[in-house]
Design a protein around this ligand. Structure first.
Ligand SMILES: [Zn+2]
Length: 115
């Protein structure tokens, strides 16, 4: 597992729009995540893929700090982030994105549970 991949993940997660499917919620307690909230982000990339996807968000109270069940064949990351709102004045729209990314845990594709 190289430092490069964490750096790449960080770049991919930064600016990720979290409300394209509606209000962003904590995966665990389903609390609504608001602008300025500290959140934990779970992101992954299948080995054969070049695209990092943000799959889950957790609020700071749920304090999800470790990848508990690594997936075989995936690079996975947990990162601390903050929700920021970007306003598009021309379209009068707002979107919540991730900023201030700090990778706190990562797993390589060989660390998965093969059972
Ligand atoms: Zn929560």
């Amino acid at each position: 597992m190289s430092v490069d991949s964490a750096t790449a993940a960080k770049q991919c997660i930064t600016g990720w729009s979290v409300d394209i499917h509606g209000t962003p919620l904590c995966q665990y307690c389903t609390k609504e995540l608001l602008e300025g909230d500290e959140v934990t982000v779970y992101a992954y990339r299948p080995v054969e893929d070049q695209v990092v996807s943000v799959a889950r968000l957790y609020c700071s109270e749920c304090n999800h700090r470790e990848i508990e069940h690594p997936a075989l064949g995936c690079y996975e990351w947990l990162a601390e982030a903050r929700l920021a709102t970007i306003s598009d004045v021309a379209h009068q729209s707002h979107e919540r994105t991730l900023t201030g990314i700090d990778i706190i845990d990562e797993c390589g594709p060989k660390e998965g549970d093969a059972r």
